[in-house]
Design a protein around this ligand. Sequence first.
Ligand code: SF4
Length: 259
Amino acid sequence: MAGPTRSGTPDRLCAEAVELARDAAAEAARPQPIGDYLGAVAEGDRIVTHYFGSRDPGYPSWRWSVTVARAARARYVTVDEVALTPGPDSLLAPDWVPWSERLRPGDLGPGDLLPAEADDARLESGVLAEAPGEEVDEEEPAAGRGVLTDVANELGLGRPRVLSWVGLQDAADRWEERFGPETPMAQAAPANCASCGFLLPMAGQLRQAFGVCANEYSPADGQVVSLSFGCGAHSEAAEVPKPQRPAPPVIDHLGADPL
Ligand code: SF4
C-alpha cells in the first residue's frame, strides 16, 4: 500500500510517538489486529497523523489514522483522534445520492416534508381562481353553493396544481397492482366490488374504475380498490351452509331386545 504523501516537516516528538499511536490504533481496532506502520504526515504545528494498515476483512485497503499532538513547550505527546480512513485503493460506497432520490413510498414520517418538484410529471397546472361557490350571491341557497363548490374542486379550481395524465396513470397502476382483478384474492372472490354494498364510490376522473372499500373484515378496508377486485367479504357472498345435524341412531328391535 502506498504511504501517506502529505508534505511538511513533522514535529520531532510527535513523529517519534509511533508506539503511542500504535497502541491507540490497536485499542480502537480490537478484536481485529492492525497492520504495518505506513508512515506519518504533519497536519500542522505539533500535530502529526500516523497511519497503520487495517486487517479488518470488511475494510480492505483502509488504514487506521492516529492523530497525535503536543502543546507548545510541552514534552508530552497525546492522542487527539483515532479513525479508520480510506486509502487510495480502498473500496468505497457509491457516490452520494441526494436524499430526494433515495426515498421510497412509505419512508415519509411525521414532521417530514417532501414537496413535489416544480417539474414533477405527476402534476400539471391547475386553474388558480376563486371557486365559483365563493362568488355566489348571499341570497343564493346554500345547497346551490355546495354543488358549485364540489364541481369547482373536481375541476381543480383554486389549486395551483392537479394530477396530470401521468399521475393518474401511475396511481391507477399502483392501485390495480394491490387491489386489482389479477390478485389471488380477486380471482377467488365470489363477486367483484362493483356489486358490493361496502363499496364507496369515488369522485374524480378514476371513479369509473375505482372505489373505496368500507368493510372492516376485508383486507382492502379503507383502500382504493378496482371495481373488478373482490374478496370473500362481499356483501352478497353466498352464506356458508350450516352442517346438518346427524340423524338419531335407528335401533333394530326385531333382531335384538333393548337392555
Ligand atoms: S368487501 Fe370485498 S368485495 Fe366488497 S368492496 Fe370491499 S373488497 Fe370489494
